[in-house]
Design a protein around this ligand. Sequence first.
Ligand code: MRU
Length: 387
Amino acid sequence: ADQYAQSGEAVRPPDVAAVSAHPSIPAIRWDDPPEGPVLVLLDQTRLPGEESELVCTDPPGLVQAIRTLAVRGAPLLGIAGAYGVALAAARGFDVDEAADALAGARPTAVNLAYGARRAQAAHRKAVAGGADRRQAAASVLAVARALHKEDAEASARMAVHGLALLDELMPGGGHRVLTHCNTGALVSGGEGTAFAVALAAHRKGRLRRLWVDETRPLLQGARLTAYEAARSGMPYTLLTDNAAGSLFAAGEVDAVLIGADRIAADGSVANKVGSYPLAVLARYHHVPFIVVAPVTTVDPDTPDGAAIEVEQRASHEVTEVTVPFVSAAGAEVGGGIPVAPLGTQAYNPAFDVTPPELVTAVVTEEGVVSPVTTEGLAELCARSRQV
Ligand code: MRU
């Protein structure tokens, strides 16, 4: 028994008009002031204490913002990649060079390369068709804007499919959902992936509790998901990643909902490190482990989990408190406060890979694949390409 999530607790639908998890500043926006076009990002390294903008005037600045996680999360990285190529075209940079740099800024989220390459292809097509620089830049920007809009639409459809699945798996309602990392409006043109499903459940009065893993070492759960959950009035509780096991053992988790950075053709899922242990726990405790991601995250060119490149990040993210964020109390935190002896090396993969047999379902905007099979995913991708 605990004070957080009692079974049978009445769950009332909130005032839907008041439910928004969107930050006050959009996660990404294109602007065109007289000095020239810019890409304006909500600097996610400074949340939750400060909502500040980071203005990118050139592709190298955007690559840096991607590497430092000022802009992050698979779908948003795709949108950023496309706008980055648009920025290169509009500002007279070498578009192919910029597309390569953006596509390779982080290796695991396939959406980043997808967005950058799609925009690059639009530029090539425009140039081949005789467009001048200005016209070619306009075509690339149109593609970036289209991708942004498509992601918002995909988000809404994932929420519908995901909520239907939750209701089917747990007809009683009152879902207690555990999530990891950050998958809401901060990573999307819309309301996100896994978080959008939880939000849909909340709006229907069916979310009894959102359990938020803090997500070491960069704390995307504590800093970002808790921020989004608080803004939308969700009943949420933060836990250390290590506390998930005892939460399952106490019978307090009805489903795990996570996003994905890349889904291989065989259904292996790369997501924020710590996702795989949750899948193992979920299987042991007979709890559904549900992955929510747009079709653009499924990569038919990556055959299996072993072929997914997992980003390895610097030791200091683990050996020091390095996130340069501003705490809710307004105090500057981070800047390299050591928590391990000087010279300690850390194992710091940013992602891990969950094999398909541990994934109950993959929810996309095109529908749900369950059980997760190569054929099921391929059929879904084909369906999306026909549209
Ligand atoms: O390193 P990050 O913060 O970019 O990692 C993000 C995640 O792992 C998300 O869970 C994933 O991109 C899915 S977002 C819908």
